[in-house]
Design a protein around this ligand. Sequence first.
Ligand code: IPM
Ligand code: MN
Length: 354
Amino acid sequence: MAKVYDIAVVPGDGTGPEVVREGVKVLDVAARKYGFKLDLRYFDFGGERYLKTGETLADKDIEELRKYRAIYLGAIGHPGVKPGILEKGILLRLRFTLDQYINLRPVKLYPGVDCPLKDKGPEDIDFVVVRENTEGLYAGSGGILKKGTPDEVATQESINTRKGVERCIRYAFECCRRRNRQKKLTLCGKTNVLTFAWDLWERAFQEVAAEYPDITTDYVHVDATTMWFVKNPEWFDVIVTDNLFGDIITDLGAMIQGGMGIAAGGNINPEGVSMFEPIGGSAPKYEGKNVINPLAAICAGGMMLDHIGEEEAAQAIEKAVMQVTAGHIKDLAAGKMGCSTSEVGDLVAGYVGK
Ligand code: IPM
Ligand code: MN
């Protein structure tokens, strides 16, 4: 009997449904070829539903999602909804309640993709950012006092628990070992200024490092990290960092790998339900035009297969994506690819099925 995986699909807003359609096209071909089955169930969480019902995600929705092996997400974000409502009510809520404590973001320059960095090629840009995904400044600790008065005070605190930091660091060491490349893990922080949070991170990092003698460790301040991403990206193998720093450096990472059209990420709970998404957002101005690049969503689908244990199929998807970037796509940007959204999906699916 073929293995069957129950997958929750949340196409979401804007171009989310278009890129998810191509992702599913590729996943279906991979499943057939590698002998497993994906049982997909679609959910309509997102801006449209919020505008109709006033609901982002109900407790019962989360209980329902807990039953799935993984979640495949398109994009959340709607021009008609005030910023923050959908992000906090859907995306962050899922990350937090499902305890997806790792945000895994590969930064890899594929062949044929234009890199904005001078003299850098695919051999120079291939690293992974392991971003803590449930704590830090995202935890929602803080508040406003005397709002709207001249004496107003706003605080926003970074929460760093020993448990949360340590499990993230340990995951990063494991990821580095599994990649088996430079076997180098870089801690990206701000120990020179944020001396409470980063003291904890640094101590945890050193203690866990003792369990991984095969991995070389390094430390770089977050500001310097952005500099080295541009100047010497080849220095990096795996980077581990907190939630906000990880958010910021992975947008830069996406640009040096060719743009948001190719950047995928996984929100991972190794013991629970994980969620995979293209990180580029809903791009509402391209909605319905068949011009958005689906490769990021396709790569997110590949990451999902890798996560659920279908490594061979995942590798086949990555290889197919590389064949498409190397031979068929002019530019990764929406509208400049030289092919439509659905044509790109067909091309990748074609290579996977070969
Ligand atoms: C990301 C996004 C989210 C984040 C937003 C949409 C809440 O920027 O996934 O990187 O800040 O984490
Ligand atoms: Mn971000």
